[in-house]
Design a protein around this ligand. Sequence first.
Ligand SMILES: *Cc1c(COP(=O)(O)O)cnc(C)c1O
Length: 245
Amino acid sequence: MDANDRTAALVRNNWLEVCDEVAQACRESGRQPEDVTIVGVSKYVSPALAHQLVLAGCRNLGESRPQHLWDVHNYCDNYEAENAGIPAVNWHMIGHLQRNKIRRTIPTINYLHSLDSLRLASALSSECVLQAVELDALIEVNVTNDTSKTGLPKDALASFLSDASKLPGLNIRGLMAMTSRGASPTDTRKEFGFVRQLRDKLQSDAPDHVCLHELSMGMSGDFREAIAEGATLVRIGSNLWQGIL
Ligand SMILES: *Cc1c(COP(=O)(O)O)cnc(C)c1O
């Protein structure tokens, strides 16, 4: 085995292990593994390594920086063009998106997890209309009102949703949240539970055409708590790159 084969084998093992752990967490919470999508976060690695994760079976890739997302996307596209038969990947932008990056990012993503202002929502909507595409987006909520964190304060959600759900080209599908750094598993679970309750309340007050099915919550350190509280998308990075970084 050369170094590349060894790396590919490691990525594959890590991927299968994460799949197992997520499935296990689903069983423990009485949920179906199919109901939770693993978004493999590739921000730590090169496009070639990110692509190894796709070859290992991951069909959802997440990136927090637009430039890196474009690079990985390009790499995977080129590979697919030369090697027909690799199934398509769903692309998730999970970090803050500056408005000057919108035009180039829209054609490369299926999901934006980090909708955090009405200015961004309006700009995305205009660009989606221009490009004749629809974009699924999640509202990022700052549950703890921690000023060092991104996301909308919980008190702003209802009015934000009311405005954003009227914008053409943009479909609001649910909420995304991150928990406080260093919180205990019990507190982490409470925070995720709180996000789910926020979603339930928003859904019950929302117009009929708005379906807030998705909850993007849980990372390498807290996906079990997130799954127990109803996460439908978990964003896993570090656990997939163990032994590689
Ligand atoms: C990096 C990142 C993740 C993945 O975190 P890990 O702890 O490495 O699993 C998830 N979500 C966001 C928004 C991130 O930036």
